[in-house]
Write a protein that binds this ligand. Structure first.
Ligand code: AMP
Length: 252
C-alpha cells in the first residue's frame, strides 16, 4: 500500500510573526520555517504504517517555493521514502493546492492520502476536503486514530474528533484522511537521518507548466495584528465579581 502525505512549509509556531507595514501580508523574511505541525502528525502515521509492514512506500508532497525542498528533506529524514515538490512562486490557496495534489495522486495512485487537518498559517481547513471532492474519494477529517481493517487491509476505520465527542467511520480505500493533534506524537529528526535523507529521491515538477489553473479565487484586502488583550484585574471576592459583571458585562 502506497501512502501519500501532503506537507506544507509554514512559519515556526514558536516564532512571533509580524504584519508588513503596508498590511498586505505577514512578513516572513528571516522567520524560521518548519513543517506544518499537523502534517508532521500525518507523516508520523504514515511512517508507523510502513514500520508495521502495512504500507510499502511513503511519498511526501509539497506545493510552493523552492525552499519547500528543505521541508521535504526533513520529511524524508522522518522516514518518507521519496519526495515531490510541485514548485511555484505563486501564492497558493487551498483549491490550487488540492488541484496540484490531485495531479500527483492521479500519477501515483496511492491507497491512502494523508494531510494535516489545517495549515497553521492560513487556518483554512479546506485542502483535504477539496482534494477528496476532486478525486471523488471517501474522506475522514480530524482523525485521532486510524486502523486498517478488512481481510487484505482494504478498509480503514478512522476515529474523528468532533464537537460532540468521538465518531468512528469505516471507509473503503483509496481514501483521504486529515490528521488531528491526538493521532500521535511525531518523532524527532536525528542528524544521521537528516544526512541519509540527502540521498533520497526528490523530484521537482514545475507547477505552472502542467496545465492546472492555480490562480487565486480570493483576494486579501488587508492583514492586521490581533487587538491587544487588556490586562486582567483581581477582585477581592465573589460578591464584587458578580456586582462588576452585572454593571460591566453583557453576559448577565
Ligand atoms: P489548509 O486547508 O490550508 O488548512 O491545509 C490543510 C492541509 O493541506 C495541510 O495540513 C497540508 O497537509 C495540506 N497543504 C496545504 N497547503 C499545502 C502546500 N502548499 N503543500 C503541501 N500540502 C499542503
Amino acid at each position: 500500500m502506497k501512502v501519500l502525505v501532503a506537507v506544507k512549509r509554514v512559519a515556526d509556531p514558536n516564532v512571533k510573526v509580524r504584519v508588513r507595514t503596508d498590511h498586505t501580508d505577514v512578513d516572513l523574511s528571516s522567520v524560521k520555517m518548519t513543517i506544518n505541525p499537523f502534517d508532521e502528525i500525518a507523516l508520523e502515521a504514515a511512517v508507523r504504517l510502513k514500520e508495521q509492514g502495512l504500507a510499502t512506500e511513503v511519498i511526501v508532497v509539497a506545493c510552493g517555493l523552492p525552499a519547500s525542498q528543505e521541508t521535504l528533506r526533513t520529511a524524508l529524514a522522518m522516514g518518507a521514502d521519496r519526495a515531490i515538490l510541485m514548485q511555484t512562486d505563486a501564492q497558493l490557496q487551498p483549491l490550487a493546492v488540492a488541484k496540484l495534489l490531485k495531479v500527483v495522486v492521479d500519477g501515483e495512485s496511492p491507497q491512502l492520502i494523508l494531510l494535516g487537518k489545517q495549515a497553521i498559517d492560513d487556518d483554512s481547513n479546506q485542502t483535504g476536503q477539496m482534494l477528496a471532492a476532486l478525486l471523488d474519494l471517501p474522506q475522514a477529517t480530524c482523525a485521532s486514530s486510524i486502523e486498517l481493517s478488512g481481510l487484505n487491509g482494504e478498509r480503514l476505520v478512522v476515529t474523528r474528533e468532533t464537537d460532540e465527542g468521538q465518531e468512528s467511520v469505516d471507509m473503503t480505500l483509496p481514501a483521504v484522511v486529515t490528521a488531528d493533534l491526538r493521532l500521535n506524537e511525531p518523532r524527532y529528526v536525528t542528524l544521521p537521518n537528516l544526512m541519509k535523507a540527502k540521498k533520497k529521491p526528490l523530484r521537482l515538477i514545475a507547477a505552472d507548466s502542467i496545465g492546472v489553473d492555480i490562480s487565486p479565487r480570493c483576494r486579501t484586502l488587508s492583514v492586521a495584528e490581533p487587538a491587544e488583550r487588556k490586562a486582567g484585574e483581581l477582585v477581592p471576592d465573589v460578591a464584587t465579581l458578580i456586582a462588576r459583571l452585572r454593571t460591566e458585562s453583557t453576559l448577565i
